[in-house]
Design a protein around this ligand. Structure first.
Ligand SMILES: CC(=O)N[C@H]1[C@@H](OP(=O)(O)OP(=O)(O)OC[C@H]2O[C@@H](n3ccc(=O)[nH]c3=O)[C@H](O)[C@@H]2O)O[C@H](CO)[C@@H](O)[C@@H]1O
Length: 266
């Protein structure tokens, strides 16, 4: 049996206060691991994040890149949890852990019925763009236009949520089929970086709507550029991202235009 740990990511992301981040993630990890061992479950997929790498020292970022120099408390919880899991695997050879380091998940299910509906004002780029396009918010604030990137705005590796889900299925298959134990980390990204303004343009094309924006100061903790080398996941899990930026925007727009208020007022 294989357990999945996505719930803790949701808990971490819904908390704004660093102490709560740490408390929820760290306490949750220990309680879960004990409960698993008590029930003879030693296989585990962990939802980690590219934020464990902090400000990239080289690009594209491989799994060999040093971790821990995180720029946010959220990133640190991901790093600390990975460290706990590595120690666990070293000290008890029964454990096999796959840590999936997500780059920037976006998009929605193709049906338009399952999508992202953050509470309050979105923190992340894609839901913000989608809410501006649908008329729910007047304008996007673009955080920083003086980064050393092709247009001055931050560059990220956006990955379609369905590709990400398929990465989990591959990770589960691997855990089911290997005799090997230990800690294994894989980047889940496309290997391509797009700027904030690239995303705005792609979304305008997919939706046919204007996305108004204003250039404002940088947001604290944001790095200039981050994108993955995802070849290890291809080699070891047989996974690679299949959906590009147009598909990410089309599917997000289908969800947002069919559900302008998210899951409310159906
Ligand atoms: C350091 C950190 O906590 N990173 C998290 C953050 O990544 P990250 O900060 O990269 O993701 P965002 O979607 O928030 O931002 C992407 C890019 O858009 C810009 N931007 C964002 C919002 C906005 O209103 N205006 C704007 O210009 C940002 O400056 C950045 O350049 O969210 C991801 C998706 O949940 C998480 O996986 C990451 O772990």
């Amino acid at each position: 049996m294989v357990a999945h740990f996505a719930a803790l990511k949701a808990v971490g992301e819904s908390c704004r206060i660093p102490l709560q981040y740490y408390h929820n993630n760290m306490t949750g990890t220990n309680v879960l691991l004990e409960a698993m061992a008590d029930n003879n479950v030693f296989k585990f997929v962990y939802s980690s994040s590219a934020t464990v790498y902090g400000e990239p020292k080289f690009l594209p970022v491989t799994e060999e890149h040093p971790t821990g120099n995180c720029t946010s408390p959220y990133g640190k919880t991901k790093y600390f949890t990975e460290e706990i899991l590595k120690d666990l695997c070293k000290s008890d050879k029964r454990w096999a852990v796959v840590s999936l380091r997500y780059f920037n998940p976006v998009g929605a299910h193709i049906s338009g019925r399952i999508g992202e509906d953050p509470n309050g004002e979105p923190n992340n780029l894609m839901p913000y763009i989608a809410q501006v396009a649908v008329g729910r918010r007047p304008s996007l604030s673009v955080y920083g236009s003086d980064f050393p990137t092709h247009d001055g705005t931050g560059v990220r590796d956006y990955i379609h949520i369905v590709d990400l889900a398929e990465g989990h299925v591959k990770a589960l298959d691997k855990l089911r089929n290997i005799a090997e134990t230990g800690f294994f980390a894989y980047n889940l990204g496309t290997g391509v970086g797009y700027s904030v303004l690239d995303m705005v343009k792609a979304f305008e094309k997919a939706s046919g709507k204007k996305v108004n924006y204003t250039l404002v100061d940088r947001r604290s903790g944001d790095v200039a550029t981050c994108y993955a080398d995802a070849t290890l996941a291809d080699k070891k899990l047989g996974w690679k991202a299949e959906r590009g930026i147009d598909k990410m925007c089309e599917d997000t727009w289908r969800w947002q235009s069919q559900n302008p208020n998210g899951y409310a007022n159906k």
